[in-house]
Design a protein around this ligand. Structure first.
Ligand SMILES: NC(=O)c1ccc[n+]([C@@H]2O[C@H](COP(=O)([O-])OP(=O)(O)OC[C@H]3O[C@@H](n4cnc5c(N)ncnc54)[C@H](OP(=O)(O)O)[C@@H]3O)[C@@H](O)[C@H]2O)c1
Length: 252
C-alpha cells in the first residue's frame, strides 16, 4: 500500500501557491494543482513535473462550489484520499477606495473567492481529510486581516492603504479558521491560518519584499505540523517596524 501523501493547493498555478506545490512536492507529496484556468494549470503541472514533482492539474474555480465538489469526486476516484488542503486562492478586488466609497459588488466578488470559496472547497474535501491519519488544512490568510494589528498604532498594519474587501475578507477567513479548528478539535485534523508576509507576486504588482519561496515556507510549515502542533492559530511572518521579522503566532 502506498503512503504518499496527497496535497491539494488551490490557486497553485502561480505565486505563493505554485511555490507551495513545489515545496510540498519536494517533501515527497503528490501535489494536486488547483487552478481555475486549464491552460495555466497545465503549464504549472508541466513545470512541476519537469522539476521532479509528482503533480496533477485539477480544475477548481473556488468561487464555484460545484467545481470543488467535482474535484473532490475526482480525487476520491483517483487517489481515495487527501491529506493536505491549502486554501491559497484569493483576489484583492479592483477597489482601493476608502470603506465609505467601496462598491458592494467588489465586496461580494472578493468574499466569493476569499471566504465562501474556502468554505465550499473545505466542505467538499472534508470527508477525505477526516479519514487522513494527520490531515492538515491551511487557510492562507494575511496579517492585514488582523483586527489587533490594524488597530495597534505601533504595527505596520495600522498604516496600510485602505482595501476593505480584501482586508475584511481575511478577517472573516481568520474566524472561519477558528471555527473549523474548534469543530475538528477532537480529530487528528489541524486547521490553521497562514500569514505569508508581504510577498512579491502578481497580487500586489510584485511590490512585496519577501520572495514567494519564503512565503510558501509558512504554508508548508502548517501543512506538515506534527501531532502536537497547534490548531486554530494565525501563524507566519511577523513584520515589525524594527528588525527583519521572524515567524510565530500572530494576534487575530
Ligand atoms: N502576496 C502577498 O503579499 C500576500 C500577503 C499575505 C497573504 N497573501 C495570500 O497568499 C495567497 C496567494 O497569493 P499570491 O500573492 O500568490 O497571489 P497571486 O500570485 O495573485 O496568486 C493567486 C492565485 O489564486 C488564483 N485564484 C484567484 N481566484 C481564483 C478562483 N476563483 N479559483 C481558483 N483560483 C483562483 C489565481 O489564479 P489565476 O492565475 O487564474 O488568476 C492564482 O493562481 C492568497 O491567499 C493571498 O491573499 C499574499
Amino acid at each position: 500500500m502506498t503512503t504518499t501523501k496527497i496535497a491539494l493547493i488551490t490557486g497553485a498555478n502561480k505565486g505563493i501557491g505554485f511555490e507551495t506545490a513545489r515545496q510540498l512536492g519536494a517533501l515527497g507529496m503528490t501535489v494536486l494543482v488547483g487552478a481555475r484556468d486549464e491552460a495555466r494549470g497545465l503549464e504549472a503541472e508541466k513545470e512541476l513535473l519537469e522539476g521532479g514533482t509528482t503533480a496533477r492539474y485539477v480544475y477548481i474555480d473556488v468561487s464555484n462550489e460545484e467545481t470543488a465538489r467535482t474535484a473532490a469526486a475526482w480525487i476520491e476516484a483517483e487517489y481515495g484520499r487527501l491529506d493536505v488542503l491549502v486554501n491559497n486562492a484569493a483576489i484583492t478586488g479592483s477597489s482601493r477606495a476608502l470603506p465609505s466609497q467601496t462598491p458592494l459588488d467588489v465586496m461580494r466578488e472578493v468574499y466569493e473567492t476569499n471566504v465562501f470559496g474556502v468554505v465550499g472547497v473545505t466542505n467538499a474535501m472534508l470527508p477525505m481529510l477526516r479519514r487522513a491519519e494527520a490531515g492538515r488544512i491551511v487557510n492562507v490568510s494575511s496579517e492585514v486581516g488582523s483586527i489587533a494589528l490594524r488597530t495597534d498604532p505601533a504595527s505596520p498594519m495600522a498604516v496600510m492603504p485602505p482595501s476593505l474587501p480584501y482586508t475584511s475578507s481575511k478577517t472573516a477567513l481568520n474566524m472561519v479558521t477558528a471555527m473549523y479548528a474548534a469543530e475538528l478539535a477532537d480529530t487528528a485534523l489541524k486547521v490553521n491560518a497562514a500569514n505569508p508576509g508581504y510577498t512579491a507576486t502578481d497580487l500586489n504588482r510584485n511590490s512585496g519584499f519577501r520572495a514567494a519561496a519564503e512565503a510558501a515556507e509558512v504554508s508548508v510549515h502548517l501543512a506538515t505540523l506534527p501531532a502536537d502542533g497547534p490548531s486554530g492559530v494565525l501563524w507566519g511572518y511577523e513584520w515589525t517596524t524594527d528588525g527583519p521579522g521572524s515567524c510565530g503566532i500572530l494576534p487575530w
